[in-house]
Design a protein around this ligand. Sequence first.
Ligand code: PTJ
Length: 252
Amino acid sequence: MTIDPTHPRAASLRIREQLAWGVEQGITSTAGLIAHGRGEAFDYLLGEKTHPFAHQAIEAAVAHLFLAKHPVLSVNGNTAALVADDMIRLAIAVNAGIEINLFHHSAQRVEKIEHYLRQRAEAIDPVAETRILSHLNAKTVTLPHIASNRKITLHDGIATADVVLVPLEDGDRAQALKEIGKTVITIDLNPLSRTARAATVTIVDNITRALPILIQTAERLKEASYEDWVNIITHYKNEKVRTMAIKIIRQQ
Ligand code: PTJ
C-alpha cells in the first residue's frame, strides 16, 4: 500500500505495513500483529512521542551496555520486521551480540529471521554479520523459570550474557533473567507489562523511535569515562521512570 506522507497517521500506517510485510515473509508471527495493536494503543495514550522519562531510560540502558562484559540484544519477529537495521547498528555501537529468541518458536522462523538479519548486516557493514549469533549447530542452554520456548537460549548468547536487551514482550523472561543475575533492559510501550515491571531499565517508547535514539546516545556516551557510566546507572531509578510513564497515560 502506498502511504500518503501527509496522512496524519502516516508513521503508524507505515509500521503496520512493515509488520504485515514481516508476516508475509514468515519473519513475524500472526500473534505479532495483535501484540502490535496493544503497543499502538499505549503509544496513542503517550502522544506518539518520546518523553523525557524514555530519554533517561535510554541513557541508563546505554551505560549498562557499555559497562557489560558480554551484552546481547534479543530479537523476536516484531523487532526483526520493524528495526532490523537499527538493531544491527546498535550491536555495532555497543559491541553486542544479537540472538534470535522467539516466543512462538519454530526452527523455520528462526532460520528466516537469521537469513534476513545477515542480509541486512551485509548491506550495512560486512563485519556486522559477525554480531549475529548463529543457531546452526549451536550449543544451547535451557534457562530455569521460563515457561515458554524463550527458555532455550544460545550458550554464547543470552545464556552467558551479563546485560540483555529484551524488547517487545510481556512475560516471565525478564524476571527469570534477573533471578540468574543478569541486567535486563526492555523497550515496551506498556509500562504495566510483566517485562516492564521486572526489568532493570524500562524504556517506555515505540521501538521504532527508541532505537535511533539509543544509537545516537551510544555515539554520544562512547567517549565518556567508566566513572561517568557508573554514575548514570547509580542515579537511575527505574520505578520513578515507570511511574512517570503511567502518570502521562492517566492524564489522557
Ligand atoms: O516473534 P515472537 O514469536 O517472539 O513473538 C513476539 C510477540 C511480540 C508476538 C510476543 O513476544 C508477544 O506475544 O508479546 P506480548 O506479550 O504481546 O508483549 C508485547 C509487548 O510489546 C506489549 O507490552 C506491547 O505493548 C509492546 N509493544 C508492541 N509493539 C511495540 C511495543 N513496545 C514498543 N514498541 C512497539 N512498536
